[in-house]
Write a protein that binds this ligand. Structure first.
Ligand code: RIB
Ligand code: CA
Length: 339
């Protein structure tokens, strides 16, 4: 695919929705480290907004898959492709206590499969990620759903600045952690392991949280045969989507032996709209900070009667993978077909 500037004329907006219906919409704030699967989640959410299911109020970015300057540019670029004027507030460059650990091997040096897209027209918001999170939580107190698909640094900083944030957020859906597995280590998942101190602050905040971890996201993936409908469209848009999907699938193949695009962040986005996509247990969850082999591990206490502490979050353990894979593909096809 050449690097000419993409002119996408597809518009997902909420202008056409009646005011009363708009009040019923899920009001969403995202915290992302766009990356390839974060980008796929944005396509899914844009389609949900176009169908009148949600209202995306803002997006904040953090260093994670790549540096925060790049995750910010990537998020601006994806919203531009979707012709959505959603504010993007840039956040933490690095975790609270340790250096940032990026993943260019998995997401590309540019965070979008080395597609090296032209720079976005729009600039990031003047306000920081923390300022956006606190401002929107006050404006929509009790109404805001927060989706995090990245290290939890921005959320932790916001909580440290204003602990009252915890009472103003309706619910948080976190892509992160795992009960029985890991990806950056035998027992730790990237978003949590990148900033375990931040994760502990968020986990102990008292917010209504759902943890969408590797136990379910590893069940939700596309392989070659799942992509036939996208291949059939054969235009610039489907080409872009197939290129980023192929990049992350090839990286996964080198790491695991399976050529799969694992849909971590899109699934967490799906759970914001359709909580019944996953089966959950209410459990006490904390984060290991000091273990030589286990730092960044989410410790999930499933002993029932004598947990380490009061159950603080819903932990996803089963998923309706086929239902979500179909939903997400529909969103990508809806965008690609208008190309
Ligand atoms: O472990 C998967 C998570 O880490 C996803 O959010 C991916 O984008 C990376 O940030
Ligand atoms: Ca991510």
């Amino acid at each position: 695919m050449t690097n000419e500037c993409f002119i996408f004329t597809f518009s997902y907006s909420t202008n056409h929705i009646s005011p009363t219906k708009k009040d019923k919409l899920i009001k969403l704030l995202l915290d992302v480290d766009t990356g390839i699967d974060d980008a796929l989640a944005l396509f899914y959410l844009a389609h949900a907004q176009q169908k009148g299911q949600i209202e995306i109020l803002g997006s904040s970015t953090v260093g994670g898959n790549v540096e925060v300057g790049q995750t910010t540019q990537n998020t601006l670029k994806i919203w531009e492709m979707l012709e959505l004027d959603i504010p993007v507030a840039s956040g933490a460059e690095k975790p609270l206590m340790v250096p940032l650990n990026t993943a260019p091997f998995v997401h590309g040096d540019d965070g979008l499969g080395n597609t090296f897209l032209p720079a976005p027209e729009k600039k990031p918001s003047e306000e920081s990620a923390t300022e956006m999170i606190l401002r929107l939580s006050r404006k929509y107190s009790g109404e805001l759903t927060l989706l995090t698909t990245a290290p939890l640094t921005n959320i932790a900083v916001a909580l440290l600045q204003d602990p009252g944030l915890a009472k103003r957020i309706r619910k948080v859906v976190i892509m992160g952690g795992a009960v029985f597995t890991g990806n950056v280590s035998a027992v730790a998942e990237a978003n949590i392991a990148n900033d375990p101190e931040a994760a502990r602050i968020v986990f102990r905040s008292g917010m209504e949280m759902t943890l969408v971890g590797l136990d379910v996201t590893h069940e939700v993936y596309w392989e070659e045969e799942d992509l036939r409908a996208l291949v059939k469209i054969a235009n610039e848009r489907s080409g872009f989507l197939l290129q980023i999907i192929d990049f992350i699938s090839s990286a996964y193949e080198s790491l695991s032996g399976w050529k799969r695009c694992v849909l971590h962040d899109p699934l967490a986005a799906g759970v914001c709209l359709f909580p019944d996509l996953v089966k959950t247990e209410k459990r006490y969850v904390d984060v290991e900070l000091t273990g030589e082999l286990t730092r960044g591990m989410t410790v999930v206490d499933r002993r029932g009667r004598t947990p380490l502490g009061e159950e603080n979050m819903l932990v996803a353990l089963e998923v309706d993978a086929e239902r979500f894979k179909t939903q997400l593909m529909e969103s990508l096809l809806a965008w690609a077909r208008v190309g």
